[in-house]
Design a protein around this ligand. Structure first.
Ligand SMILES: C/C=C/C(=O)SCCNC(=O)CCNC(=O)[C@H](O)C(C)(C)COP(=O)(O)OP(=O)(O)OC[C@H]1O[C@@H](n2cnc3c(N)ncnc32)[C@H](O)[C@@H]1OP(=O)(O)O
Length: 289
């Protein structure tokens, strides 16, 4: 029996969350839409382009998964918004249908596991999203938060990171290059992810970064745009599932190459910053069935 076992499968959020068209537009700009080409992604960045109805970038669902205050449940003392050294480790989003441009969702967030990774604890939580008025299932998000320094508590190690994903030996089938703006974190944070390590040098260094970062979920949004562009011709109805592991930080001003290998169900991918470091690894994409 390890110290968090009694909390596993506990529901941490059971409530409503509303968004409107402006919030989805702001999120799109926050994850860089329009930065490399202001005309390329008008379905995400405008609501009034003739013949191009607004669509919501599927990774917007991750913002809905942020509504839980699970750190108190675990008894972790926060400095600002989180314990020092806590970083986003993994993320997935699965959608049964495109997200509406506006709406109210019912969110249910469950603590799935706290793995003991030695150098840290990996906290896995899953959020189920339904439309509040009709109860229609929209999809789910799953996040793994890596709290450095909180490992070695005698808990389960969990699945090994060394298995289950292989980089194909052939050259990538598709490569999408996207720039990160120097003010990217300042825009992205307005979507509701306001951790100071995206803006404050002192906190960024305390959490193990060189300087303020682009938020992990911001990076995830860039990857989602790259996959939509490279595999779906920008059409969100084709999005089914996307997962990846944050392996190195992304900084404002970086250039992000998403390298994509097609598979039977969709693709596997990696994101590489400035041609030198893999920042999102073990990426998996699936088309909607
Ligand atoms: C609130 C935060 C918001 C943010 O947005 S932060 C910004 C986005 N996130 C990042 O930039 C994080 C980048 N990644 C890292 O810095 C490192 O990566 C980690 C600190 C997360 C881990 O590094 P290390 O302590 O050196 O771990 P190891 O020695 O490589 O592996 C130890 C075990 O941990 C698993 N692991 C490693 N990285 C991750 C990860 N990113 N997510 C989940 N698990 C991870 C491995 O597999 C292994 O476990 P096994 O031996 O059982 O395989």
């Amino acid at each position: 029996m390890s110290k968090y076992d009694h909390l596993i499968d506990q529901e941490m959020v059971n409530g409503h969350w509303s968004w409107d068209s402006d919030r989805a537009l702001l999120y799109a700009v926050g994850v860089g839409a329009g930065l490399d080409d202001p005309l390329e992604e008008l379905q995400f960045t405008t609501e009034n382009t003739p013949g191009l109805p607004q669509q919501v970038i599927p990774s917007f669902a991750t913002i809905m998964g942020l509504q839980s205050d699970w750190m108190e449940l675990l008894g972790w003392q926060k400095v600002g918004l989180s314990p020092v050294g806590m970083v986003h480790g993994e993320q997935s989003v699965t959608l049964a249908r495109p997200l509406p441009v506006s709406g109210t969702a019912h969110l249910s967030t469950i603590l799935r596991q706290v793995y003991d990774k030695g150098s840290g604890a990996l906290v896995v939580q899953e959020t189920r999203i339904t439309l509040a008025d009709t109860n229609e299932y929209l999809g789910s998000t799953c996040s793994g938060i890596f709290a450095q320094g909180k490992g070695n508590f005698g808990g389960p190690r969990g699945p090994s990171g060394a298995t289950g994903w292989d980089q194909p030996s052939r050259a990538p089938d598709v490569k999408i290059t996207l720039p990160v703006g120097l003010n990217q974190s300042l825009v992205y944070r307005l979507s509701g992810d306001r951790h100071p390590h995206g803006t404050e040098p002192t906190r960024a260094r305390a959490d193990g970064f060189e300087k303020p970062i682009l938020y992990g979920l911001g990076t995830y949004g860039f990857a989602c745009r790259a996959l939509l562009r490279g595999l779906c011709e920008g059409d969100v109805t084709r999005f089914g599932h996307m997962a990846g592991r944050f392996s190195k930080p992304v900084y404002p001003g970086d250039r992000l190459d998403t390298v994509i290998w097609r598979t039977e169900e969709g693709a596997v991918f990696q994101m590489i910053a400035n041609g030198e470091r893999v920042v999102l690894d073990r990426g998996v994409f699936r088309f909607r069935e």
